[in-house]
Design a protein around this ligand. Sequence first.
Ligand SMILES: [Zn+2]
Length: 369
Amino acid sequence: MNEVRIPNNKEISIVKSKINQRFNNQQDQTSCVLCGKELKNQSKSFHKSHTVPFFCLENIKGLYKKNYNVLKAEYVGLRTPFSDKEYVGTNKAGVFYSICSKCDQEKFKIYESEKALLTMKPEEIVDSLALKIYLNELFNSRLRSFKNTLNHSELTDDQIIVSFFDSIGNTEEPTVEVDIRDFQENLDFAKRSFENGYGNYKIIYHNILDYTVPIAAQVSIPISHNVDFTKLQNVNVLNHKTLEDLLICIFPLKNKSVITVFYKTGDRLMKKYAKQFQKLSEEEKLREIFYLLIRYKASNYFFSPLIKDVLVDENIRGVCSIEDTAVKLGNFIMNLANFEDQNWKQNLPSILSEEYSIQRLLQKKSSEK
Ligand SMILES: [Zn+2]
């Protein structure tokens, strides 16, 4: 029997950088996604957009692996030799390139400051928030789709690396295509709402907390189950319907935090979810919002390194391990989500509560010295 040789990190990272290089040279998207202005072929560059505003990330960064970084959402997930680094500098966290600088200026500057987030009504900025979220989700899905369709054997002679990337491509490809379709639709909706000032979103939660939470997020979350675990929709590959999602923004500021949760007006299932959510106590709502992130989102939000020891909590790991994957066995479809232990949610450390604020964590750290 041949011995299986696991490729080393250096070999893997060479292939990854080749993949990124190919993506940078692609010609599928060369103009601003919002206004259509040609950029790439006129030697202009895309604007460097941050999913979560840069100044929010600065408020949660901490010393990790000898530098000031934030932890990626992937930190709590399963890691393999093929995984990317679990941390990133604030300058590179959640960065994407799909619009021009003028669009960035016109559409996102209104909320991207501490003062604006603290003083503006959520109704005034939901269009902008949603627009940014879907731009980013669409960019990420297109990047994944591009990677999946590459011929990896052109990039390396290492068969293990080739088959690893090929197998990711094969499992992901059907979902990625559906994601691209859904995110494009949602982006068009957000764009119309923004341009007409409709504010076509229902806000189910908006709160300014008097402390800095150790998480930064601005994401769309496709929810499969209600607060009480009853089924809302199939979010697995076997479903071809457009998914309804909840939009979650968590903005850590210097001494405060702004959290806003909303959904597209008319989304029937999210309305059902909102009904149960509203019945929760203030404390339970914060726990639920944290749960939604780790339950449904494996990437695209950030933790402070100050919270890293809490993230190894077994309930967090449990919730993270649940996927909305369905296995078809003849006529029978088994949803892996049915194996979720409901106590995990109940027992989660409530990371958005004051107990885990940056202020408290720093206090605790200095008293340990
Ligand atoms: Zn533009």
